[in-house]
Design a protein. Structure first.
Length: 232
């Protein structure tokens, strides 16, 4: 792994937190946990800042020290949950020398994790909030895979990374909403997203179809080996 890739995955190196830093992180985590709990119980609209501080047993002043609004706190809480799924998806990938297969596997595993994440259900009725949470949490993992393929000449971008990111994030949003509200089949959603990602990266449609089907088979095989259902 290159130095750039390490920074993308791990973020900017930070010094070891002291006692005050740890307290701030613990307080922030309490607010995020309370927010996630309320969003799951009441939905986004009925989750208020007062309810968050009461559930977390913290004051309004403390809340404002960490977050400017309830939306910002929801984004942080949902983003943290989504990032955990992105990390798990990356860990579950089988070794493959083809960046296209890596991206396809990541697309299948990542979308499955996002769809079974409980916070996706309340966020599905707030697409902009869902898009922002996804963009802030899973984008860095996808870009790392894309850069590997670009460096190897496997992928060919015809647009800026910002535009690519926007297209893919909103595609995920649409597919998640389709899964939550319409009960679309997971395999169909995974296949559609995988093909979209690959073709956007310059892979020909026929090849993208074959790669996505193979990635789907690998995903289902891993689920069977782990004893989990294909949908979770």
């Amino acid at each position: 792994m290159t130095e750039t890739e390490t920074k993308v995955r791990n973020g900017v190196e930070r010094k070891k937190p002291n006692r005050m830093d740890r307290r701030r992180l613990e307080t922030r985590a309490k607010l995020m946990t309370a927010t996630l709990q309320l969003v799951l119980e009441k939905g986004v609209d009925k989750t208020t800042m007062d309810a968050i501080t009461e559930t977390a047993d913290l004051g309004r002043r403390t809340f404002y020290y960490h977050f400017a609004s309830k939306e910002e706190c929801i984004l942080a809480a949902a983003g943290a949950a989504y990032e955990r799924h992105a990390e798990l998806a990356e860990e579950s990938l089988s070794d493959d020398n083809d960046p296209a297969m890596v991206v396809a596997q990541h697309a299948h595993a990542g979308l499955a994790g996002l769809l079974v994440e409980p916070v996706t259900v309340p966020l599905a009725s707030h697409p902009k909030l869902l898009a922002e949470a996804l963009d802030a949490s899973v984008g860095k993992f996808a870009l790392q895979d894309f850069h590997t393929g670009i460096d190897q000449g496997r992928f060919h971008l015809t647009m800026s990374e910002d535009l690519l990111s926007g297209i893919l994030v909103w595609s995920i949003v649409g597919l998640l909403i389709e899964g939550v509200e319409q009960g679309a089949e997971l395999g169909d959603l995974q296949h559609a997203y995988s093909i979209l990602v690959l073709t956007t990266l310059g892979v020909q449609a026929e090849e993208a179809e074959k790669i996505s089907k193979q990635a789907g088979k690998r995903f289902r095989a891993r689920k069977r080996r782990s004893g989990k259902s294909v949908t979770g």
